[in-house]
Design a protein around this ligand. Structure first.
Ligand SMILES: Cc1ncc(COP(=O)(O)O)c(C=O)c1O
Length: 430
């Protein structure tokens, strides 16, 4: 789909007028007098989130230990119940998704189950642009098998530091590869990998494949079952708006329910037998089998209400707006900011089908200082080294007018050389 945009402010207001998701903005708390463009790092708070946290606080007060089995939403079943809702968002059966752990813990858990080096097939295929935590986990898992990550972890290289070529990934699927683990979306550039194609090719070669979907869950429709994906992990705090550090998800294809959870814990027991306290671990034959510990209810509760908003809006509409608003942002950056003295480059695929929900803008020399100036202008993006400002117009709550204002502010920061007032040192959290 190609869009026809205009560069003036009125046009942004016209786009807001036609916005298919405009009613959803009101469901979130928006930081005062601020343009928030960081929903790819931490989604905003849904107004209903407070209610669900307060519900658990009240249940704790009133029921104490009985809360596990009492009330409208007994705590004991909540991870499964929230998993069912999430399954509708990612195209899975209801027992294939569970709310549990954190992304990195879930990567450890999935790799410990799926990485079974045997004979020639001993290697894990990953990529050099993945989020560092994923690579740390893969290396740790290889070490735990008594093997050497220098030999067994193959990291596909990027030719330009931004993107990966899917055909190159397929060429690296040799008969030495035991397992493939990739991001659905590259966290810096926002490139969306063709998951369906990669899954098909991996399976043709007899290799299992999993994905880190942190940067696609809640903004890109997935069909995990239809694509026959083996497993996936993803957080709930970015486009899913579940809250800071909220509990993550894992998906495991039902054909693998009989595999062993090796980070085993009593929460993975078949639920009717969990309290038998048998020291022989019999895991539940569903995604719940990969739970490890007692679920923290206060960080689980807001995820449910956040998912309700996504289900209400519908993933197709979310994706439709996301493609349009990121295309609009790319258009404005090109129109206003690509030539001297601005020198911004777009480091995200221009084809909306090939990207997720943010645009990475690169400034060779001044990205840190420009990012700081944006913050003082009450615009919140984030910075990723060495030279990237990520701007994420979230389809559920950002407007086209806000997007237009971000670009005008960037222009002003360069026109007035405002960025020169800041140091080049990056903050601890950026
Ligand atoms: C793509 C990706 N994977 C993994 C992680 C790590 O997540 P966690 O800290 O929840 O384990 C992040 C965090 O932002 C991420 O963006």
């Amino acid at each position: 789909m190609s869009y026809k945009f205009e560069s003036n402010k009125d046009f942004s207001e016209q786009l807001d007028h036609e916005d298919i998701l405009s009613e959803f903005r009101n469901k979130f708390y928006l930081p005062e007098n601020t343009i928030y463009m960081d929903g790819n790092s931490l989604g905003l708070q849904p107004k209903e989130a407070e209610k669900s946290v307060n519900r658990v606080i009240k249940e704790w007060k009133e029921y104490a230990i009985k809360g596990w089995m009492s009330g409208d939403k007994p705590w004991f079943y909540l991870p499964e119940e929230i998993g069912k809702k999430c399954a509708r968002i990612v195209g899975a059966d209801e027992n294939e998704v569970i709310l549990t752990g954190s992304t990195t813990v879930n990567i450890h858990s999935m790799i410990s189950t799926f990485y079974t080096p045997q004979g020639r097939r001993t290697k894990i295929l990953a990529d050099e642009l993945n989020f560092p935590s994923d690579i740390y986990a893969l290396k740790g898992q290889i070490l735990m098998k008594g093997l050497d990550p220098e030999k067994e972890l193959i990291l596909i290289k990027s030719e330009n530091g931004r993107y990966l070529d899917e055909h190159k990934i397929v060429e690296s699927m040799t008969n030495e590869v035991a397992l493939i683990f990739l991001p659905s979306v590259l966290f810096r550039s926002g490139q969306l990998l063709d998951m369906k194609y990669l899954i098909q090719e991996a399976h043709k070669k007899g290799i299992l494949i999993g994905f880190d979907c942190c940067h696609s869950a809640g903004v890109i429709p997935h069909q995990f079952d239809e694509w026959n994906l083996d497993f996936a992990v993803f957080c709930s705090y970015k486009y899913m708006n579940g809250g800071p550090g909220s509990t993550a998800f894992l998906y495991i294809n039902k054909t693998h329910f009989d595999k062993k959870p090796l980070l085993s814990g009593w929460y993975g027991c078949e639920k009717t037998k969990q309290f038998d306290m048998n020291i022989e671990f019999e895991h539940a034959q569903n995604a719940g089998g990969w739970q490890i510990s007692t679920q923290g209810l206060l960080s689980a509760a807001p995820v449910e209400t956040a998912l309700d908003i996504i289900l209400d809006a519908g993933m197709d509409k979310i994706r439709e707006k996301s493609k349009k608003i990121t295309s609009y942002l790319a258009y404005l950056i090109d129109f206003y900011l690509s030539k001297p003295p601005y020198h911004f480059k777009i480091g995200t695929p221009l084809d909306p089908e090939k990207r997720s929900g943010h645009i990475a803008i690169e400034h060779e020399t001044e990205a840190v200082r420009i990012g700081k100036a944006l913050l003082d202008n009450k615009i919140i993006p984030d910075f990723r080294p060495p030279n990237i400002i990520r701007i994420a117009p979230a389809p559920l709550y950002n407007t086209y007018l806000e997007t237009w204002k971000v670009v005008q502010t960037l222009k002003k920061i360069i026109d007035t050389k405002e960025y020169e007032n800041y140091s080049k040192e990056r903050g601890t959290v950026s």
